[in-house]
Design a binder for this molecule. Structure first.
Ligand SMILES: [Fe+2]
Ligand SMILES: [Fe+2]
Length: 205
C-alpha cells in the first residue's frame, strides 16, 4: 500500500484539507477494520483514494465521490491491486459522502464513512474550524447571531459552525461499534469546548 500512498500525492494540494486528512482517515479506518474483521486491502485502498477527486471538484464543481470512483480503477490497476477487489473499492468511494445519502452496502464502505466522519469531530476538527475562520476573516463568536437550524454551506461564526454542523454528528449515527465509541469521546470533548468557550466569553467560567 506504500505504493499507493506515493501515487496519490500529486492529486492533493499542499496543506489545507489534503493529505493529512487522508492519513488520519487511513489510520482510523485500519483500526476499525481490525475490529470488524473487514477486508484490509479494500479498506486501505478506499481510505487512500476516497478524496482523490477533491481538487477536481473545486475546479469543476463535479461531485468528488462520483468522480473519484471513476478514477480509482485505473490507479489501482497500475499498482497491481487485486482485480477482483476493485469494484468493492469503487463502491466505498462512491458512497463515502454521507450528505449524498447513498447507502453503504458493505462493511468496508461503512468503515470508510465512519472514519471520514470521525475526522470532522474532535480536537483536530476544532483546530481546523478555527484556522478556517481566521483565514476567511469571519468572527469567532457573536452572541447576537444565532446558529441556523439547517446548515446551508455558509457559516456566520466559528462557534455557530459547531452547532450547525459538527455537533450534528451524533455518535449513534456511526455504523460500527468502535467508531461510535470514538465519536462519543470526540463529541463530548467538542461540546465541552464550545460550552466552555461561551462561558468564558461572558466571564462565567
Ligand atoms: Fe470526501
Ligand atoms: Fe474525506
Amino acid at each position: 500500500m506504500e505504493h499507493l500512498k506515493e501515487k496519490i500525492k500529486p492529486y492533493f494540494r499542499e496543506g489545507g484539507h489534503g493529505l493529512d486528512h487522508i492519513e488520519r482517515v487511513y489510520n482510523l479506518a485500519i483500526r476499525i477494520a481490525e475490529q470488524e474483521k473487514a477486508d484490509m486491502d479494500i479498506v486501505k485502498a478506499s481510505a487512500l483514494l476516497h478524496d482523490i477527486a477533491r481538487k477536481k471538484q473545486s475546479e469543476t464543481g463535479l461531485c468528488h465521490a462520483e468522480q473519484g470512483s471513476k478514477m480509482a480503477p485505473e490507479i489501482l490497476e497500475k499498482i497491481k491491486f487485486p482485480k477482483e477487489k476493485i469494484p468493492a473499492v469503487v463502491h466505498c468511494i462512491e458512497v463515502h459522502r454521507v450528505s449524498k445519502k447513498l447507502k453503504a452496502e458493505t462493511k468496508e464502505a461503512q468503515i470508510i464513512q465512519d472514519a471520514d466522519r470521525l475526522d470532522a469531530i474532535g480536537a483536530v476538527a476544532i483546530s481546523r474550524v478555527l484556522i478556517h475562520n481566521t483565514t476567511h476573516n469571519t468572527s469567532i463568536y457573536n452572541p447576537h447571531i444565532k446558529p441556523k437550524e439547517e446548515y446551508d454551506g455558509s457559516t456566520t461564526t466559528a462557534i455557530n459552525h459547531f452547532y450547525e454542523k459538527i455537533l450534528k454528528l451524533k455518535p449513534e449515527s456511526f455504523h460500527t461499534e468502535l467508531a461510535q465509541e470514538i465519536a462519543k469521546e470526540r463529541y463530548n470533548f467538542t461540546k465541552e469546548f464550545v460550552e466552555r468557550f461561551i462561558k468564558e466569553w461572558h466571564g462565567k467560567n
